[in-house]
Write a protein that binds this ligand. Structure first.
Ligand code: KIV
Ligand code: NA
Length: 263
């Protein structure tokens, strides 16, 4: 297998090849996922919830993200390593650059930030300095207190318009990937068709360029409430390798997400 790069992701988008991404927080799982064909390993700030037991991602620091990113990078060979910028680490473009540099030094190949068109200047500054960016829109968990919970976004005509404008502005600013979380499947499809960069969906329907799940949800070990878009891939499997391979296969052949996972 060859290293997954930013141009390789764009080529997959152009060819219509689905992209399989999973969250990953340590070296052993990085090695396993990489070996099983996962193309993007996301060190999600969800680690604050699934690893540290917080009830949101807000307590996660840049130091936490650096520690886990370095761990994942050591276990990985070919996957693209994507690190979340945690809450409070990209309040303005200069702060975003300083935070992103720490994550890139730890072994990230791309960073992810949550927010819409207002982040365009930040995306531009990072990309101009060699830091690929994934823009995360829709349900953005760092905004949980503003959103009033982990709720589906883009359900109204106005919300859908805003999401589409955000996606276009972030692509124009240089985002290499747009991640869509918890939006109606029809909107996931519309945004994907509008953009030339790949979209990665979680609860955004089957028509995104790729899919992502939190690994603890895929393995059925997260004790919290199970979101609609989650599927436990351990069902019917006897090893974690087999479950991860089943996930990759289901993303590639379009059988995940199924209608019951969509909004
Ligand atoms: O932190 C995370 O795990 C994420 C994914 C849910 C997209 O951002
Ligand atoms: Na995240």
């Amino acid at each position: 297998p060859k290293a997954v790069t930013v141009p390789a992701l764009l080529a997959k988008r152009a060819a219509g090849d689905k992209i399989a991404m999973l969250t990953c927080y340590d070296a052993s799982f990085a090695s396993l996922m990489d070996r099983c064909g996962v193309e993007i390993l996301l060190i999600g700030d969800s680690l604050g919830m699934v690893c540290a037991g917080h009830d949101s991602t807000l307590p996660v620091t840049v130091a936490d993200m650096v520690y886990h990113t370095a761990s994942v990078a050591r276990g990985n060979k070919n996957a693209l390593v994507l690190a979340d910028m945690p809450f409070g680490s990209y309040g303005n473009p200069q702060q975003a650059y300083d935070s992103a540099v720490q994550l890139m030094r730890a072994g990230a190949h791309m960073v992810k930030i949550e927010g819409g068109a207002w982040l365009a200047d930040t995306v531009r500054l990072l990309v101009e300095r060699g830091i690929p960016v994934c823009a995360h829109i829709g349900l953005t968990p760092q905004f949980v207190h503003q959103l009033g919970g982990f709720k589906v976004q883009g359900k109204t005509g106005e919300g859908a318009e805003r999401l589409k404008n955000d996606a276009l502005a972030l692509q124009a600013a240089g985002a290499a990937v747009v991640l869509l979380e918890a939006v109606p499947a029809a909107l996931g499809r519309e945004v994907t068709e509008m953009l030339s960069v790949p979209t990665i969906g979680i609860g955004a329907g089957p028509d995104c360029s790729g899919q992502v799940l939190v690994m603890h949800d895929l393995l059925g070990v997260f004790p919290g409430r199970k979101a609609r878009f989650v599927r436990n891939f351990m069902d019917g499997q006897t090893s974690i390798d087999a479950a991860v391979m089943a996930y990759v296969a289901a993303v590639k052949d379009g059988s995940f997400p199924a209608p019951e996972h969509c909004f």
